[in-house]
Design a protein around this ligand. Structure first.
Ligand code: ASP
Ligand code: MG
Length: 404
């Protein structure tokens, strides 16, 4: 049975007019003889409104009730889509997560899907029906409603594709696909035709908001091909797939930039075994995510400088934790906002020497100073002054032939 999962994001179902358009898209797959399963998010803005309401009730709104509340937007969108298809003469109905069920594990507000019962859905599509399934929500083994994290209806779609053995999972959104860099920040950004899970994961973790990183991880683990495309355009989108399916290969696939990082430097830290651990342990306990780290070798073997980056929002918390930390001694503590992390990403760099050099040289040619460097197998990141972001994107985009 040829099954396709179509997922519509909030912007695709943002108004009645758009929902009518969505029904048109669904019909085209029906015409191509696909068995269609639809997953929808809430109409755009709705989930945020619901979150706001919960905060009005209490700053410590119960996690269980949060999930019941914020998952309600999906119910509305799904019934409207089903209602439109019924109006057009199709057999369709909405399915809430508990009716299937979509079973989740883990904490409220951030559960993961562990099991989807396929029986009822398979029977329904066997009878020619088009199920419209609520994204984002699940049910745990205490029969309580759960949600899978903001932006989580992608994860629902991907897991449905896995459990129902779908041929394709198509994510409909308001952009035409994944771009070489953020097209809002950089006009020359180009749509990427195919990208590997690993690269996409890096791009998403680095702030490409098109998909939630957890969902990409789900797709990678389950080898689900995903196409990301716009519901407002007929153009083909971006295919996210496994590395071995990609043939083109530029050395670099994409470039990302962040604007919400801050840099922390501890100058003259007493250098002894365990010092880094005693700095980072209390930070991790308070869920502060430390990103790039550099430690200088100490010229005299006694003192060292340690620099790392965190999210700007965590700055005050971090300051307090470090100043309260009795286990470390240092001469000076420096905080700097206004930094940006620029990363070049590409599986192609694994096999091509000289990428690092080309990146540094390109930045140097624009007199951009590099403050911190970190690398992984498929990524090189540098921290620079935020004011240089645009210049850096421009020169790197050109250097790695992404303009073409
Ligand atoms: N409606 C949910 C949210 O806004 C889930 C999603 O959009 O994927 O986070
Ligand atoms: Mg959304």
């Amino acid at each position: 049975m040829k099954i396709v999962v179509l997922k519509f994001g909030g912007s695709s179902v943002g108004s009645i007019k758009k929902i009518i358009k969505v029904a048109e898209i669904i019909k085209t797959y029906k015409k191509k003889k696909y068995n269609v399963i639809v997953v929808s998010s809430a109409m755009s803005g709705v989930t945020n409104e619901l979150v706001k309401k919960s905060k009005g009730i209490s700053e410590n709104f119960s996690d269980e009730e949060y999930d019941v509340l914020v998952s309600s937007g999906e119910q509305v969108a799904c019934s409207l889509i089903a209602g439109r298809l019924i109006h057009e003469g199709f057999k369709s109905r909405s399915w809430l997560a508990w009716q299937i069920p979509i079973v989740t594990k883990g904490l409220h507000k951030n559960s993961r899907i562990s099991l989807i019962n396929k029986k009822k859905i398979l029977k329904y599509i066997g009878e020619g029906g088009i199920p419209i399934i609520t994204g984002f929500q699940g049910i745990d083994n205490h029969q309580r409603i759960t949600t899978v994290g903001r932006g989580g209806s992608d994860a629902t779609a991907i897991m449905i594709a896995k459990f129902l053995n779908a041929e394709k999972c198509i994510i409909y959104t308001d952009v035409e696909g994944i771009y070489t860099t953020d097209p809002n920040k950089f006009k020359k950004a180009k749509k990427i035709k195919t990208i590997s899970y690993e690269e996409m994961l890096e791009m998403a973790s680095l702030g490409a908001k098109v998909m939630q990183p957890e969902s990409i991880q789900d797709a990678r683990l389950n080898r689900i091909d995903i196409e990301v495309k716009s519901s407002f355009s007929k153009k083909s989108g971006t295919l996210i797939t496994k590395r071995s399916n990609i043939i083109n290969n530029k050395m670099i696939t994409g470039i990302s930039s962040t604007h919400n990082d801050a840099k922390v430097s501890l100058i003259g830290v007493k250098d002894k075994p365990g010092v880094a651990a005693s700095i980072f342990k209390p930070l991790s306990k308070k869920s502060i995510n430390v990103d790039m780290v550099v430690q200088n070798v100490s010229p005299n073997g006694k003192e060292t400088d340690l620099t790392f980056t965190i999210k700007k929002d965590d700055l005050n918390k971090t300051k307090k934790i470090i100043l309260d930390n009795k286990d470390i001694k240092f001469r000076n503590l420096i905080f700097k906002k206004g930094v940006s992390k620029i990363s070049i990403i590409g599986v192609g760099m694994v096999t091509t020497p000289g990428v690092t050099f080309r990146m540094f040289q390109a930045l140097a040619s624009q007199k951009i100073n590099i403050q911190v460097i970190s690398t992984s197998e498929i990524k090189i990141s540098v921290l620079i002054d935020q004011r240089d972001t645009k210049k850096a994107l421009t020169v790197l985009h050109k250097e790695f032939e992404l303009d073409k």
